[in-house]
Ligand binder design. Structure first.
Ligand SMILES: *Cc1c(COP(=O)(O)O)cnc(C)c1O
Length: 366
């Protein structure tokens, strides 16, 4: 948090609107602008944004959603909760991003959405995914919880898929405390998402089915939830959004410093990057070879370095294995998980702290 972030939030607390006010509209307009000019709807979390996106896309029982196992469970659980069947497509061996060749082999007439994840901030291959989905009559969803500010072939995340969801949880690239947003290229889907997150209330008199009540009237055509983000949170979001370029630049510097220090170290692999993307590096996932990931994790934690593991394959969660999903289904994702170790990366990390992380890693590898 900068002093400007704090001042902008304080100004909202002294104003007239705590929620459903002009700061929500302003933040949604900025998210939409950064996403290629499409409509954005904010929500109380990235998980809520995914729920809203699948609901607005009409996902339900009888539908299939093809997705990646290398993600946080909300990418798929929010479609499962609506009754859809998740079909897991394995990831590419090097990027850990959903493999379009496998997606193509898994498409059926029931496929409603292909849900990709821009793991670690690196956009998936949207040209391939969009053309596969278009042929199948399915929508593409980009879970961009890691990748707000990234580009693919010069185009911004938010403009790459039919639906894009963001998370503004504190560990992500920018934050509103809790919070999220969804962007839809189709205006009708965006409006349906807006109503879903607003209890299903319809306020446009041209659409009323009951016309006799009076000026106070609003009505519900489809059930909705209350996932509204507050003006307080959106003020923080606007302030953070202005710093996104600086956050991206610092994350790139840290990435370069890790790359330079680690590229020729034996026993690990550093993350790869395709030529056609300019990612915001949300995670710096190294791969620890020779079955030593757990040992290196424990040693680095013991030395005070907050390493993480992202992620256990989603279908390993009991909620999926109890429903019949089996280990071994996506070997690339499982091999990646067995070796993955996320080194600390965030804008306030100093060069000397990066060097300290590298030293701690080298010591653990000895
Ligand atoms: C964080 C995250 C989410 C969920 O966002 P929340 O704001 O924590 O609900 C969804 N997908 C991915 C890939 C994430 O990293």
């Amino acid at each position: 948090m900068s002093e400007e972030d704090i001042a902008e939030v304080a100004e909202i607390l002294r104003g007239d609107w705590l929620t459903t006010g002009p700061t929500v509209a302003a933040f949604e307009a900025e998210i939409g602008r950064l996403s290629g000019g499409h409509r954005a709807v904010t929500s109380t979390s990235g998980t809520a944004a995914l729920h809203m996106a699948y609901a607005a896309a009409g996902v339900g029982a009888g539908d299939e959603v093809i997705s990646t196992p290398m993600t946080f469970i909300a990418t798929t659980s929010m479609a499962s909760i609506l009754g859809a069947k998740i079909v897991f497509a394995d990831v590419e061996e090097d990027t850990a991003l959903i493999d379009p060749v496998l997606v193509e082999s898994l498409v059926t007439e029931r496929t409603r959405v292909v849900a990709a994840v821009d793991y670690a901030g690196h956009p998936a291959d949207y040209d391939a995914l969009n053309s596969i989905a278009a042929k199948a009559g399915a929508l593409v969803l980009d879970d961009a919880a890691h990748s707000i500010g990234s580009t693919y072939k010069g185009r911004p995340v938010g403009d790459l898929a039919d639906l894009t969801t963001f998370s503004f949880f504190p560990t992500k690239n920018m934050t509103t405390g809790e919070g999220g947003a969804m962007v839809a290229k189709d205006a009708a889907i965006a409006q349906r998402a807006h109503e879903f997150h607003f209890i299903g209330l319809v306020r446009d008199s041209a659409r009323f089915e009951i016309t006799s009540e009076g000026p106070w009237h609003q009505e519900v055509h489809e059930f909705g939830v209350n996932y509204r983000l507050t003006d307080v949170a959106c003020a923080l979001g606007l302030a953070q959004l202005r710093r996104l370029d600086a956050f991206k630049k610092r994350r790139a510097e840290i990435t370069q410093r890790y790359n330079d220090a680690l590229e020729s170290v034996d026993g690990i692999r550093i993350p790869v990057q395709r030529d056609d993307v300019d990612p915001i590096r949300h995670l710096y996932p190294v791969r620890v070879l020779d079955g030593r990931r757990r040992e290196v994790f424990d040693k680095m934690r013991a030395d005070g370095v907050g390493v993480q593991v992202n992620y256990m394959p989603v279908y390993w969660h009991p909620v999926y294995t109890n429903a019949g999903y089996r280990r071994g289904m996506c070997p690339n994702a499982e091999a990646f998980y067995a070796e993955e170790l996320s080194l600390p990366i965030f804008p306030a990390l100093t060069d000397s702290q990066v060097d300290q992380v590298v030293e701690t890693l080298m010591k653990a590898l000895q």
